[in-house]
Structures are given as structure tokens and as C-alpha cells.
Design a binder for this molecule. Structure first.
Ligand SMILES: [Zn+2]
Length: 370
């Protein structure tokens, strides 16, 4: 299933309404993949290492004694970001897609929710609305609103393994669905059942190679289980949620944040290679990459994100679709909200999420214009 999106427009000619179909740039794809990188700031995505933050992190040490600084520092912002995310900036955004959110270019995407912690952020992305009255924190309760993952499962009549969510954070089981076991989930320290000997070993190792956090496993396991699931089941809808970037930030380990972003970039590269090497996915996949919230902007606030820190509302969104010709960074458009991602994701799959769920936000319309 691959075609140009067609919108039915009505034009008025001499008082008579004439339906007209207008071809739009994006293509409907049968495969839809969403990736989120928890709490990755636009500062790092668009500018690489933040000098003020790394200086504060170094404290009395020399910058040269910080391995992550030596590895990722460069004078210009564009050189720094390529060092930090060589696949994203050197290939994905050059050859295949575009990104919203560089505020220096007049491209702004904000959270609509005012809580600005993870559950409300992910729920805004997946359910297409801010629900601050009911979603105030990260408590593990099932989502009160339908998510676009559930919607796609229903709209396409997909079976259990064909809409799959893999996450490093265990609360994601509750965010992606309204009730238990609606979708296939493998989150936090969940075993992944497989006959593959490597995956069996990894499934055991995640309990031996613990992170410092009880609710978040290493992205390394999450990514490999997701890839194995892709190979085994070829799901139409996959959600991969990486989490380490946020937890290292809360622990004030800026060096580990940088390394985790760099590692996530390597995972994106592996995912993309796989997509391109698989006939069912190559040229037939939409890939969206985003984050659930920003963080504070200063050396004293970058670790945190909440309703008091304005920087925490800043997000970003990368869009890859075989029909969309835009490359690199978007400039000077109306303000976008993360709540528009749900309907946008569905639209790339040829479905109208908002028609079914009118309280959700509509899609990012300028992605669908020539
Ligand atoms: Zn988060």
C-alpha cells in the first residue's frame, strides 16, 4: 500500500461545487515506526555539546580530562551536532528526512501539557491531547485516553504482535494503552520470550547488568528486543522508546547523557539499515522521532524538567516519509504542538485519528502540502 495522499477539496465554479482531488507530497505507508528519546534537549540535538553545561559539569577538572568532551566537542554548532549524532545529521536529515524544532530558525514545537514530565509528554504524543486534569504525574495507571497505537490496531484490524511497543521505562506499559494487553508491550525489566539463543541470553543479562534505576533498563536491551521483534513478526506499527538520556540527566551525569545520545544515534542507524535492507519496509516506512519534553536551559537547571522550567516545553520532531521531499531543518512556520504527532502519525498511515477522536489535535498540515 503506497500512494500519494489525496485530499478531497471542493472548489466553487460559477456557484457550483466541484469536487477536486489534490495530490499531496507525503506518501501513505503501510509501515509506521515511532522512536522517542526521553528528555533530549534541542540544545544538544541542534547544537551538540552545550559548553556552559559541560564546564559546570567539569567543575574543577579541565575540560580535556572529560572523555565525552574530547570526543564530541567542536567549535561550530553544526560540527558539534554531527559529532554527537553522525547518522542523524550526516545521513538521515541529508538524504531522507527533515526536523522541526530549531528555534533559532523560527521552528518551534511545544508541549501543550503544562506538567512537562514524562507520562504527560508521552500521552500527549500518543493520544494527541494534553489532559492536565487527569494526567498530572508519572503514576503507573492506564491511559484514560485512546492512543494512536490502539487506534491503528483497530483501524487496520492488526493482530497482537503487529502493533508493538518496546520501552526502557516500565511505566510505558500503562501509557501506550487504556487496558492491559491491548497491545504487545515489552518494557522496563520485562523478559523477551524467544527461541533465538542470543535474545535468550540478552533477556537474562538485563537482570545482571542493572542500571542505577529500578524502573529503567539499559536501552541496549530495549533496542535489541525491538529489532528482534521487527525481524520475527514484521509489525506494521512499532514504537521504540529509549530512556537512558533522561535518567543520566537527572543524575547530573552530562557525560553519560552525551554518550547515550550518541548511542541512540547508532541505534537509529542500525534501525534505518534494517529498514532499507528489508523489501517489506524499504520505501514503505514512515519514521517519526521525537522527545517527551525538553529540560531547563542553564547549567543549574538542565538536569530537570517541570512546570516551572519554560525550557521543558520545547520538543523537536524528525519526519521521514518516502514521499516527503523536505530535507534538513524546517524554518519559520506556525507553532507546532507535540499533541499533533498522533494525528500526523496516523495520517502517514492513511488514517484520520481526529475523525475518530475529536478531542485530539489535528495533524501538522504543512507536512502534507506540496
Ligand atoms: Zn521524560
Amino acid at each position: 500500500m503506497m500512494r500519494k495522499l489525496l485530499f478531497g477539496f471542493a472548489i466553487v465554479v460559477h456557484g457550483i461545487c466541484v469536487p477536486m482531488e489534490t495530490a499531496l507530497a507525503a506518501e501513505v505507508t503501510d509501515k509506521l515506526i515511532l522512536v522517542t528519546l526521553d528528555g533530549v534537549r534541542g540544545e544538544e540535538l541542534f547544537g551538540g555539546v552545550d559548553l556552559a553545561v559541560v564546564k559546570h559539569f567539569a567543575n574543577k577538572r579541565s575540560l580535556e580530562s572529560i572523555p565525552a568532551y574530547k570526543r564530541f566537542w567542536a567549535e561550530g554548532a553544526k560540527e558539534r551536532r554531527v559529532k554527537l549524532m553522525p547518522f542523524f545529521w550526516g545521513e538521515l536529515m541529508v538524504k531522507h528526512g527533515s526536523v522541526i524544532g530549531n528555534q533559532e530558525l523560527g521552528s518551534v514545537i511545544h508541549l501543550r501539557n503544562r506538567v512537562r514530565v514524562s507520562y504527560p509528554g508521552y500521552s500527549e504524543i500518543l493520544a494527541g491531547l494534553a489532559d492536565d486534569k487527569r494526567i498530572k504525574n508519572n503514576n503507573p495507571v492506564y491511559n484514560p485516553n485512546p492512543t494512536v497505537l490502539e487506534f491503528l490496531q483497530e483501524a487496520r484490524g492488526l493482530d497482537f504482535h503487529h502493533v508493538a511497543a518496546f520501552a526502557s521505562w516500565d511505566v510505558m506499559r500503562f501509557i501506550v494503552q487504556q487496558a492491559e494487553n491491548t497491545l504487545f508491550t515489552n518494557v522496563g525489566y520485562d523478559r523477551y520470550e524467544s527461541n533465538d539463543s542470543t535474545i535468550k541470553l540478552l533477556s537474562r543479562l538485563q537482570f545482571e547488568a542493572r542500571t542505577p534505576w529500578d524502573s529503567v533498563r539499559s536501552d541496549s536491551f530495549t533496542f535489541r528486543f525491538a529489532m528482534h521483534h521487527l525481524e520475527s513478526y514484521e509489525p506494521e506499527v512499532l514504537y521504540l522508546s529509549l530512556g537512558e538520556t533522561d535518567d543520566w540527566a537527572h543524575d547530573k551525569r552530562y557525560d553519560r547523557v552525551l554518550e547515550s545520545i550518541h548511542q541512540a544515534d547508532a541505534y537509529l542507524s542500525k534501525l534505518w539499515r534494517w529498514i532499507e535492507s528489508n523489501d517489506e519496509y524499504a520505501g514503505r516506512t514512515t519514521l517519526l522521532i521525537t522527545t517527551d519534553h525538553g529540560r531547563g536551559k542553564t547549567p543549574f537547571t538542565w538536569q530537570s524538567h517541570n512546570d516551572k522550567l519554560p525550557g521543558a516545553r520545547n520538543t523537536w520532531l524528525a519526519v521521514v516519509n518516502p514521499g516527503l521531499e523536505k530535507r534538513g531543518e524546517w524554518k519559520h512556520h506556525r507553532r507546532v504542538y507535540s499533541g499533533e504527532i498522533a494525528a500526523t502519525f496516523a495520517r502517514f498511515g492513511g488514517h484520520d485519528f481526529q475523525a475518530e477522536h475529536p478531542s485530539s489535535m489535528s495533524e501538522i498540515e504543512f507536512l502534507f502540502h506540496e
